[in-house]
Design a protein around this ligand. Structure first.
Ligand code: FAD
Ligand code: NAP
Length: 495
């Protein structure tokens, strides 16, 4: 067959590939676009389109000119926690979406949204269609505190609250009751500080962000005036970082309220702390103990909202009222055993009750198994792996929070995803990963999904959603007004 005939017969074949065909067409004869190359080209599939999925794809595509990568995503929209986790008032963090978009639009990258791997298609079906499968589906569960009363109305997980204000479809119905004065947040990581800040931020700040309309309306009516951020250990063990603490200290309309006794011995210990921890602790000490400048004093005097850390406290029981709603929380008073990052909280036997109407548990996320064929370490809640190679599962890899557990910022996730991509490419080069037999890739998976009635969302479908959201946002002075249901997203994708 002549080159042109071959091209046009493949063009016909690939019409079902939708938008991807167009970009591959532009890649020309030299690339590994499926429309032009033999179907022998190595095919990699990635599950999940958060930072881990996109950074893994980016590294593979850049490092090798002959590999195709397809990303399958459960939701009709990409970017994982960058869209549904990162706080609305941190728009600069979301700029990574531009880099991810470049990867998604690369001629050797496919994006298939609205595909729930583990239920719409199994991991072993993906393994049959691809030479390698990288699991990058994040950590969608959360650790539970495990105390009596945790199921009372008014106890929420930070994961759900964050999902609610960021427009995660399955958190749409959360409608948190914000009629109480005091909220308690359990955990002192950056998620806890994000939640505290969103609960206390002036509405004029929030209304210029991409926070959802229902959340904005609820927060405008909120009567929460005091947020206590409770940690089981001390000031030198908080899990948040200095930027987030500084944002709390400078939050307009709010003032800090700490317990001076919690800082006993901290000044003396400063000199031995590593640099980042030292700076963070200095800011905390300054906030807790120093008399501020007159200007700051004036600002704090006029503040109507209060936030504060409560240290050396572990939840023991959620206290309810006769209506089965939260009325307070019983906390065990702890002391520390050992020193530094590794110190352990030990109960003293003393307890303390705090009145509050809302409890938000922010003690960490947790990965969940999605497919019984994939090894899963339930204790660590990760897929067991060495350097991203899933143990005892040839051709299967993992990256991101599923690989490491739910810690680390986007840059950390980027590095661990690049490492997984490197492991995969090393295996391809060494022959450990056999890429000699042709694989069908997205072609057979799309047919399978079509038979199962799954409506795929391509990246250009997502761009329609993106455009609409941006337009709706512009109309009310926000960067975007998010669509809140999968149904709405699919409707726009189909237009
Ligand atoms: P995720 O981002 O969770 O991506 C996983 C993707 O997999 C999701 O799109 C999900 O829908 C998809 N998926 C799940 N199950 C399936 C399935 N069965 N089939 C197909 N797809 C599936 N870092 C910063 O640097 N700055 C910040 O400001 C910041 N803010 C944060 C705020 C919050 C509330 C949280 C929780 C984290 C924040 N982080 C921040 C950390 C950052 O979000 C993570 O490092 C990063 O998102 C982890 O990437 P991931 O791809 O492993 O997981
Ligand atoms: P995290 O940083 O691990 O913090 C979890 C907090 O919960 C810690 O204070 C921890 O205390 C506490 N905790 C854990 N188990 C507990 C238990 N059983 N009882 C009581 N307290 C318990 O988790 P995160 O806040 O969910 O954040 C996850 C990751 O995302 C972090 O790496 C974070 O930096 C990142 N993130 C970054 C940003 C940002 O850059 N702006 C924003 C949000 C999230 P101990 O230390 O005592 O265990």
């Amino acid at each position: 067959m002549s080159g042109y005939k071959l091209l046009f017969s493949q063009l016909k074949l690939s019409t079902f590939r939708g938008t991807r065909w167009t970009s591959r067409f532009h890649e020309g004869f030299g690339g590994c676009g499926k429309a032009f190359l033999s179907s022998n080209c190595p095919k990699v599939c990635i599950v999940g389109s958060g930072p881990a999925g996109f950074y893994t794809a980016q590294h593979i595509i850049k490092a090798r000119q002959d590999v195709e990568v397809d990303i399958y995503e459960r939701l009709p929209v990409p970017f994982g926690l960058v869209r549904f986790g990162v706080a609305p008032d941190h728009p600069e963090v979301k700029n990574v979406m531009n880099t991810f978009t470049q990867t998604a639009k690369h001629s050797r990258c496919g994006f298939y949204g609205n595909v729930n791997v583990g239920s719409d298609v199994s991991v072993s079906e993906l393994q049959q269609a691809y030479h390698a499968v990288v699991l990058s589906y994040g950590a969608e569960g959360n650790k539970s505190v495990g105390v009596p009363g945790e199921d009372l109305a008014g106890v929420l997980s930070a994961k759900d609250l964050v999902g609610w204000y960021n427009g995660l479809p399955n958190c749409r119905e959360l409608s948190p009751d914000l009629t109480c004065e005091t909220a308690v947040i359990l955990g002192q990581g950056n998620v806890a500080l994000d939640v505290a800040r969103i609960l206390l931020s002036p509405i004029d700040i929030l209304k210029k962000t991409d926070i959802t309309r229902p959340a904005l309306e609820a927060l405008a009516e909120s009567r929460v005036r005091r947020v206590l951020i409770v940690g089981r250990r001390g000031p030198m063990q908080v899990a948040c970082t200095i930027k987030e603490l500084r944002e709390m200290v400078n939050l307009p309309g709010s003032r800090p309220e700490m317990v001076a006794a919690d800082f006993e011995g901290v000044t003396e210990a400063l000199k031995d702390l590593p640099r980042a921890r030292k700076r963070l602790t200095e800011l905390m000490l300054k906030t807790a103990l120093e008399i501020p400048s007159e200007k700051v004093q004036e600002r704090r005097k006029n503040a109507s909202r209060i936030w504060g850390f409560r240290f050396f406290r572990s939840p023991v029981e959620v206290l309810g009222n006769p209506n089965h709603r939260v009325a307070g929380i019983r906390l065990a008073v702890n002391r520390l055993e050992g020193s530094g990052e590794g110190s352990q909280a030990v109960v003293t036997g003393e307890v303390e009750d705090v009145n509050c109407g809302l409890i938000i548990s922010s003690i960490g996320y947790k990965s969940l198994p999605i497919d019984p064929s994939v090894p899963f370490d339930s204790r660590k809640a990760i897929v067991p792996n060495s350097m991203g190679r899933v143990q005892q599962a040839a051709g299967l890899y993992c990256s991101g929070w599923l690989k490491t557990g739910p810690t680390g910022v986007i840059a950390t996730t980027m590095n661990n995803s690049f490492d997984t991509a490197k492991s995969l490419l090393e295996d391809m080069d060494s022959g450990t990963l056999d890429v000699s037999a042709p694989k069908t890739g997205s072609q057979s998976i799309r047919t399978l999904l079509d038979k199962r009635g799954v409506k795929l969302v391509t990246f250009s479908d997502w761009e329609k959603i993106d455009k609409l959201e941006t337009r709706r946002g512009e109309a009310c002075g926000k960067p975007r007004e998010k669509l809140l249901t999968v149904e709405e997203m699919l409707n726009v994708a189909r237009t």
